[in-house]
Design a protein around this ligand. Structure first.
Ligand code: FAD
Length: 549
């Protein structure tokens, strides 16, 4: 498509992705100068359709951006009232008291929210300030200027033929040029990945690490509902097989968010993260809560876990990477939305000052300095060793050591320095022959569900006539390498059942990509041990249609 002629539109700042980072940047730019031309492009059918978070929101980002958010009707309606932490065994649970936890783990003052709804509300605030927001517009390509700087993006390509060629019904999209382009695509953004590689932005940094987060919304028996209750668990069913844990947040209207995160650095390729999540709901403590209720929505999304030492350089000529494109999740707090918002605000400040000074298409190094040295850097620096300790020493030792390190960091020092992560999550995957297959119980259809039934509750939809947006660098690798060596792990790590190895008698196995099921979590791009899968955007408006995730 690179030789296609397209119309171009000129803006001051072009923002890719209407998550908390992108929308905060848009709002701040217009607050600073109402005359700036700012556009936000979002691949979801509407703002919020692709937003999946926990979410317990630390309002510090919103406080800094829109101090009167309460008066303006922001959907932060459920303050956290209780904070529970449990270690699970197969049949029992042990409450971990709150007092030994470092203060940063306290959820007092935070809110249980639907981040989808928060983003919908933020989009209204942005539009009221004059920001142009176009949902249903996937940004599929970067546009580079003559000096190699990022000049803009291509958005709105529709109707490609299944082989990727241009047909009668193809709309070639348009170019949106900006003095600066902000990539706020969230975790493992497709354009972000290109920019990081092109400008070698990860050089000298630790590899980014990830988890896979899966989440269901349940409507439960009102007698069991405790609005404002926050519960986290660790331990069963993952045990020694993988790091991770669960969250159970009681929001409004007798609804509960039930979520499960599996760290993607697990070695055993037989592990089936989705089935671990389903099994978790049969723990007596969780089953008791959910029995009699119904699951009303399902979704999944990767979460960045590398933290401070994994943040790549965030700027290159003409472009800045925001939010979880950089990886700004505070892992022990499982919180990144506040930092995403603060990063949007910081990028806006830097771009506004640069444009006011007559600059364009250069590096916004002031933004990077503010992220590393300001509130975001401080938040992430204190907890930088929690994830690598967990990866190296397992759950129990890391709880003690990580807790100790967070305490000392709260007091301003660390005895451990900064621990590295070592391998990427893809490289951490071991060979099938060295690991035992895991037997998972069949879903019962009441508390646990088969994958495809659950995917229908993500309301995902992809126009079938388009080319698959999940591209293989080498078509032969799934069957020739990944199947014999790793027992075909994509059939398990994908929480939406996109990948299948079909075996028919007398024929060679076939690798099938059911891209229609994709919920845009990006796990395949991260975990494929051969790094052979490239997640690219499908045409705009396709993908999940999450309600109040
Ligand atoms: C299971 C789970 C639980 C979590 N729990 C919490 C929590 O309780 N509290 C908390 O603070 N944080 C939590 N987080 C982390 C939090 O969700 C992230 O830190 C936050 O979403 C990052 O915001 P963002 O704006 O960078 O990216 P995102 O929220 O991912 O938004 C990116 C947006 O960009 C769009 N987009 C991407 N690529 C393109 C493209 N090429 N063209 C057009 N549009 C594009 C996407 O559709 C999306 O709307 C959780 C994450 C997960 C996965």
């Amino acid at each position: 498509m690179s030789d296609v002629q397209r119309e171009a539109m000129e803006y001051d700042v072009v923002i890719v992705g209407a998550g908390p980072a992108g929308l905060s940047a848009a709002i701040r730019l217009k607050q600073l100068d109402a005359s700036l031309d700012v556009v936000v492009l979002e691949k979801g059918s509407e703002v919020g359709a692709h937003i999946l978070s926990g979410a317990v929101l630390d309002p510090c980002g919103l406080d800094a951006l829109i101090p009167d958010w309460k008066e303006k009707g922001a959907p932060l309606n459920v303050p956290v009232r209780e904070d529970n932490f449990y270690m699970l065994g197969e049949a029992g649970h042990l409450r971990v008291p709150n007092w030994p936890m470092p203060p940063l783990m306290n959820n007092h003052g935070n809110y249980i929210v639907s981040m989808g709804n928060v983003c919908r509300w933020m989009a209204e605030q942005a539009e009221a300030l004059g920001v142009e927001i176009f949902p249903g517009m996937s940004c599929s390509e970067l546009v580079y200027g003559d000096n190699g700087e990022v000049k803009g993006v291509v958005a709105g390509v529709f109707g490609l033929e299944p082989d990727g060629s241009i047909g009668e019904n193809t709309e070639p999209g348009m170019e949106l040029h900006g003095k600066y382009v902000f990539l706020s695509e969230g975790v493992r953004g497709s354009l972000t990945k290109e920019v990081i590689a092109k400008y070698d932005l990860s050089k000298g940094k630790e590899p980014q690490k990830f988890g896979l987060g899966m989440k269901e919304i349940w409507e439960i028996d009102p007698a069991k509902h405790r609005e404002g209750s926050v519960t986290h668990t660790m331990g069963w069913p993952l045990g020694k097989n993988a790091g991770g844990g669960s969250f159970i947040y009681h929001l409004e209207n007798n609804q509960v968010y039930v979520g499960f995160v599996v760290h993607l650095n697990y070695e055993n390729p037989h592990l089936f993260p989705y089935m671990e999540f389903q099994r978790f709901k049969h723990h007596p403590m969780v089953a008791e809560l959910l029995e009699g209720g119904k699951r009303v929505a399902y979704g999944a999304r990767a979460i960045s876990e590398g933290g401070y030492q994994s943040m790549p350089k965030m700027v290159a000529p003409g472009v800045a990477i925001l939010g979880c494109g950089v990886g700004m999740v505070n892992v022990p707090r499982i919180k990144g939305n506040h930092n995403a918002m603060l990063s949007g605000k910081a990028a806006a400040k830097a771009a506004h000052a640069a444009i006011a000074a007559g600059r364009a298409s250069d590096e916004l190094s002031e933004y990077e300095t503010e992220v590393r040295e300001g509130a975001i850097g401080k938040d992430l620096f204190k907890v930088r060793n929690v994830k690598p300790l967990w990866s190296k020493y397992g759950l129990t030792a890391s709880l003690a050591l990580g807790g100790f390190d967070m305490w000392t960091n709260t007091l301003g020092f660390s005895l451990l320095g900064t621990i590295g992560h070592g391998k990427t999550d893809a490289a951490a995957t071991g060979e099938a022959k060295d690991h035992k297959p895991i037997d998972y119980p069949k879903p019962d259809g009441k508390l646990s569900f088969d994958r495809l039934t659950n995917v229908s509750y993500s309301f995902t939809n992809h126009e079938e006539s388009q080319p698959a947006h999940l591209k293989l660098h080498d078509d032969s690798i799934p069957v020739s390498v990944n199947l014999p060596k790793y027992a075909g792990p994509s059939a398990r790590y994908c929480p939406a059942g996109v990948y299948e190895f079909v075996t028919e008698e007398g024929k060679d196995p076939r690798f099938v990509i059911n891209f229609q099921n994709c919920v845009h979590c990006k796990t395949c791009d991260i975990k494929d041990p051969s790094q052979n899968i490239n997640w690219t955007v499908p045409q705009g408006g396709d993908g999940p249609n999450y309600p109040n995730m």
